[in-house]
Write a protein that binds this ligand. Structure first.
Ligand SMILES: Cc1ncc(COP(=O)(O)O)c(C=O)c1O
Length: 400
């Protein structure tokens, strides 16, 4: 059942609440999903979590851990076996030697992002963030008085980031650049040249690159994934975040991690002890199994999502008023409506009149109000049925 409780909380002017909470908007996705819950026969293109079952080895390892009494706290940095497994996995994947001291296990990528941004944001400090971007970054920066400098990207350009524009935006007050590739909400994968140019200039200018790579295995068309870890000469100016949530379908198991220099990890470990103490212990054992046995699962995931992506691209192309493109990763597309059209209004009408739930563009930034986020983390059948409603609805609109 939808309630208005969350909206009351976010918008309350009651003096008990820290005014910093006013930087946290009512998430557009929550607004839409709450509304959808009161309607019948809604098809969702809104959900940002995979529909695949978790690999069975992960379930077995988690349950075995519970039976074996692995229900206490782990070390604050994480379960030593998981830290070792992550270090080995990244050394092999990117030829980047890491030691367990370069890693902190967190409660999902969300906690890692929270730690990275709130430990560095302070009044007057600037953070360069692409617009649109995942909705957590800007509020967490602003909560602590930091300033968000947006770099707009566009559907006509596949939402690619111009590295020179990022470099030109760096000034004396810039503390960090936030990257997210493959991106939520656009599905864009930045090519190696873009990542290298940004990482190199950032290191030279003493600016951090905070890179959210939670979709790092969801990259299609045989494309390589240029992780920040494979583009930096050392870890002195980078913090890289990932998790099992999206790529291993383990969102509810809440295991993520942050990789950085040993000095940064020491600082963040202390902060982590004052936020969540440690991540969930049985799920960390599940994570060890995911890294050891997950290769087959990842191959199947990539194949399935490529199929869904291709279908979505074709359907968006056939839809009047939507400008799409070919996203190369994650499971989202962020097509544009005509300039000046309010995506919030269109999303609302699409929900009420056609019973398809999408997420309005303004959830992800100020420069993309004329967009909708479409997720393809649902079956091809569901995607097809959604467009059987969207296309005739769009045909009837006059956006001129
Ligand atoms: C880009 C991005 N980063 C982080 C997260 C949160 O990940 P987790 O569930 O591991 O906290 C999400 C979830 O939607 C996401 O899209």
């Amino acid at each position: 059942m939808a309630t208005s409780l969350d909206i009351d909380f976010y918008e309350s002017q009651d003096p008990i609440w820290n005014p910093a909470l006013l930087t946290i908007p009512v998430p557009g996705i929550r607004r839409m999903v709450n509304l959808a819950a009161n309607l019948e026969d809604v098809i969702h293109l809104s959900i940002g979590q995979p529909d695949m079952p978790v690999p069975p080895e992960v379930i077995d390892a988690t349950v075995e851990a519970l039976h074996a009494g692995q229900t206490g706290y782990t070390m604050d940095a994480g379960l030593p076996e998981l830290l070792e497994a992550l270090a080995e996995y990244y050394a092999e994947r990117y030829s980047r030697p890491l030691s367990p001291e370069n890693i902190l296990v967190t409660t999902g990528a969300t906690e890692a992002i929270y730690l990275a941004l709130t430990a560095t944001s302070a009044p007057g400090r600037e953070f360069i963030v692409p617009d649109p971007s995942f909705m957590l970054y800007a509020p967490l920066i602003r909560m602590n008085g930091g300033i968000v400098k947006s770099i707009p990207t566009r559907a006509e350009n596949d939402h690619q980031l111009d590295p020179q524009e990022v470099i030109d935006a760096i000034d004396i007050n810039t503390y960090a650049i936030v990257l997210n590739s493959p991106s939520n909400p656009t599905g864009t994968v930045y090519p190696r040249e873009t990542v290298e140019a940004i990482v190199e200039e950032a290191a030279y200018r003493n600016v951090y690159v905070i890179s959210d790579e939670v979709y790092d295995h969801l990259v299609y068309d045989g494309r390589e994934f240029p992780s920040v870890l494979s583009c930096c000469s050392d870890l002195d100016h980078v913090m890289v975040v990932s998790s099992f949530s999206k790529t291993f379908s383990m969102a509810g198991m809440r295991i993520g991690w942050l990789m950085a220099s040993q000095g940064a990890i020491r600082k963040l470990r202390r902060y982590h002890m004052f936020t969540t103490t440690v991540a969930n212990t049985p799920s960390q054992w599940g994570g060890v199994a995911a890294l050891r046995h997950g290769a087959r699962f990842l191959d199947a995931l990539e194949l399935e999502y490529t199929k869904r992506r291709d279908l979505l691209v074709e359907l968006v192309e056939r839809t009047p008023h939507l400008t799409g493109y070919r996203p190369q990763g994650a499971f989202y597309m962020f097509p544009a409506l005509p300039e000046g059209i309010d995506g919030g209004n269109v999303a609302l009408r699409l929900l009420k009149e056609a019973r398809v739930c999408t997420v309005p563009g303004d959830t992800f930034g100020d420069h993309c109000r004329n967009a909708l986020r479409l997720s393809y983390s649902m079956s091809t059948d569901q995607i097809e049925r959604a467009f059987e409603r969207i296309i005739p609805w769009m045909e009837k609109q006059d956006f001129s």
